[in-house]
Ligand binder design. Structure first.
Ligand code: COA
Length: 259
């Protein structure tokens, strides 16, 4: 697959998707969004891939938002379509059965912050900045930022960030729970994200996928996550993965979940 706005590589079972428009601070134009979607789906379908990293090229930006030049003259219908498409792409990331980590290497503003929030975990370098500056444009977040920011930082802080358009530093994002870990340098990000995903790759992939789905159920008004947990827990007792995990424990050896 040839991509024009992203880079895609698989290294040691981890797919790395790099938004590659550093001159435009990796702003998410339509092509970039489509390519991210294709690459995420390719990684999800690839049996050799156990986890996915999303990052930005360069040391300045993860993604500085949706591409403002592209939507400046949009109609109501086009704006609605853009938002719906962004929601669908980001929902697929959030619902990925394989873990997705955002490695935030600079500005994560607007759609960039929303993309990072759709990932399951976020790592940031110390120079990273997070914010939802859409109100500066007379706009609101359109890729579920109003929803996922509340989930991650709570209502009061989410409203402060949304209403002031302030960008916060990595250490504050960490303090608020928006970021899982902060590393000093951009060059430390991919090794840290890889280490995290490789640890998860030693666990039962089916169990990992169910944990992701059940945590997502908590925020889904249509789902009863408590009941789903009971049913999922029971259903796992007949899986080869469970048999391998318990056998390995009883035989005092490391489980081999991936054959
Ligand atoms: N959409 C389109 N282009 C963008 C962009 C965006 N969201 N963010 C940055 N760019 C472009 C700039 O237009 C500029 O392009 P040019 O060199 O062709 O003029 C280039 O990226 C570099 O950006 P610049 O503004 O010169 O960098 P800076 O260091 O002075 O400022 C920011 C960095 C992030 C503060 C500033 O780029 C910015 O405010 N971006 C918009 C953030 C935003 O509102 N995002 C939400 C969009 S809904």
């Amino acid at each position: 697959m040839n991509y024009g706005c992203i880079l895609y590589q698989v290294e040691n079972g981890i797919a790395i998707i790099t938004i590659n428009r550093p001159d435009k601070l990796n702003a998410l134009n339509r092509q970039t969004l489509s390519e991210i979607d294709q690459a995420v789906r390719a990684a999800q379908a690839d049996k050799a891939v156990s986890g996915i990293i999303l990052t930005g090229a360069g040391e300045k930006a993860f993604a500085a938002g949706a591409d403002i030049s592209e939507f400046a003259s949009f109609s109501i219908d086009k704006g609605t379509d853009l938002s719906a498409r962004g929601h669908a792409i980001f929902n697929n990331i959030e619902n990925s059965p394989k873990p997705v980590v955002a490695a935030v290497n600079g500005f994560a503003l607007g759609g960039g912050c929303e993309l990072a929030m759709a990932c399951h975990m976020r790592l940031a370098s110390a120079n990273a900045r997070f914010g939802q500056p859409e109100v500066n444009l007379g706009l609101i977040p359109g890729y579920a930022g109003t929803q996922r920011l509340v989930q991650l930082v709570g209502k009061g802080k989410a409203l402060e960030l949304l209403l002031t358009a302030d960008a916060i530093k990595a250490d504050e994002a960490h303090r608020l729970g928006l970021v899982n870990h902060v590393v000093e340098n951009v060059t430390d990000l991919l090794p840290k994200a890889t280490e995290l995903l490789q640890k998860i790759a030693t666990k039962g992939p089916n169990a990992v996928a169910h944990c992701i789905a059940l945590v997502n159920d908590y925020f889904d008004k249509e789902e009863n996550g408590f009941q789903n947990e009971i049913e999922t827990f029971g259903s796992l007792f007949q899986t080869p993965e469970f048999k391998e995990g318990t056998a390995a424990f009883l035989e005092k050896r490391t489980p081999n979940f991936r054959g």
